[in-house]
Unconditional design. Structure first.
Length: 299
């Protein structure tokens, strides 16, 4: 498994604007030496995109504050900004003892609220998503507790990890927000994408949100997410076509066939979910949480 290979001294002074590209290249070297993978932004954006204050306190650090510095996709999918600067308080019902019931309660309370969380997804998809994410946080939380003993927050490695614009994490979170708000928007399938340009969708979409695609790194780095959804939708459709899987069913097919929930389908799905829990994703996210998370005694 990856490890931190050195003590990282505090980098003196601020970088000159003219040295931005050199700084970016230097950070790549620093992050590689620190055991962070080349897919850092892709891994971390997936792992943190739906965190709440309560989740952070449960799986990472009980001293996390509301001003926690962990950016997440806005669960209110019609609101702006698309990406919040801090994971929000969800307001779980603390009368429930288990996390499972707390999550289920939140999902059921918001299931018919327009623009809330995974608004375009079925109940089973919403449940599988939240349980999949808690699996990631449980594994990552264990690694985080090891990382905090070895990595200082004033290190060069943490400086690079916190530079969300240079390392690409901010844009991956914006991409995730669009893919949750508009399932299939980056699929390249005109049956789906035309609906976001003014058509009508008479299909159910199950989209591969589990892993961020590998094939749009350059396009994503060049894409400007400044603007409203309406201003950006056409550009996202044209320029950010990815390799993620998706399934498309007509309503008639969905009603007649229950295969999407059958055991055979789940066996394929669960294997995909397990394969996502890589050592690299867990380590990258643990390092990010160590460097970025704002906790009470460090304020």
């Amino acid at each position: 498994s990856s490890g931190i290979n050195a003590e990282w001294p505090l980098r003196p002074g601020a970088c000159l604007l003219g040295a931005a590209f050199a700084a970016s290249s230097n950070c790549k070297k620093i992050m590689k030496r620190g055991g962070v993978s080349e897919d850092f932004a892709k891994h971390v954006s997936h792992a943190i995109h739906s965190l709440t204050v309560e989740d952070i306190r449960t799986y990472f650090n009980e001293n996390a504050v509301e001003d926690n510095k962990i950016p997440v996709v806005n669960p209110k999918l019609r609101d702006y900004p698309r990406v919040l600067e801090n994971a929000p308080i969800m307001g779980y019902d603390e009368e429930f003892v288990t996390d499972g019931m707390k999550y289920f309660d939140v999902i059921m309370r918001g299931i018919n609220m327009e623009g809330w969380s995974l608004g375009s997804f079925d109940l089973i998809e919403r449940l599988s998503h939240v349980f999949h994410m808690t699996e990631i946080w449980a594994f990552t939380g264990k690694k985080y507790k090891k990382v905090i003993r070895r990595l200082k927050t004033d290190s060069e490695l943490c400086d690079c990890v916190r530079d969300l614009d240079t390392n690409g994490l901010r844009k991956y979170l914006e991409l995730t927000a669009f893919q949750i708000r508009y399932p299939g928007i980056t699929s390249g399938n005109s049956t789906v994408t035309d609906t976001y340009l003014g058509g009508t969708l008479d299909y159910h979409i199950s989209y591969g949100l589990e892993a961020r695609p590998w094939n749009i790194g350059k396009q994503l780095a060049d894409f400007d997410f400044s603007g409203t959804d309406e201003e950006l939708i056409e550009g996202v459709i044209k320029n950010l076509v990815d390799s993620a899987k998706f399934n498309l069913w007509s309503k008639e097919t969905r009603e007649k066939e229950a295969d999407w929930g059958a055991r055979e389908h789940w066996e394929d799905c669960v294997q995909d979910l397990k394969e996502l829990l890589t050592d690299e994703l867990i380590y990258d996210t643990a390092v990010f949480m160590r460097c970025q998370l704002n906790i009470a005694h460090e304020m």
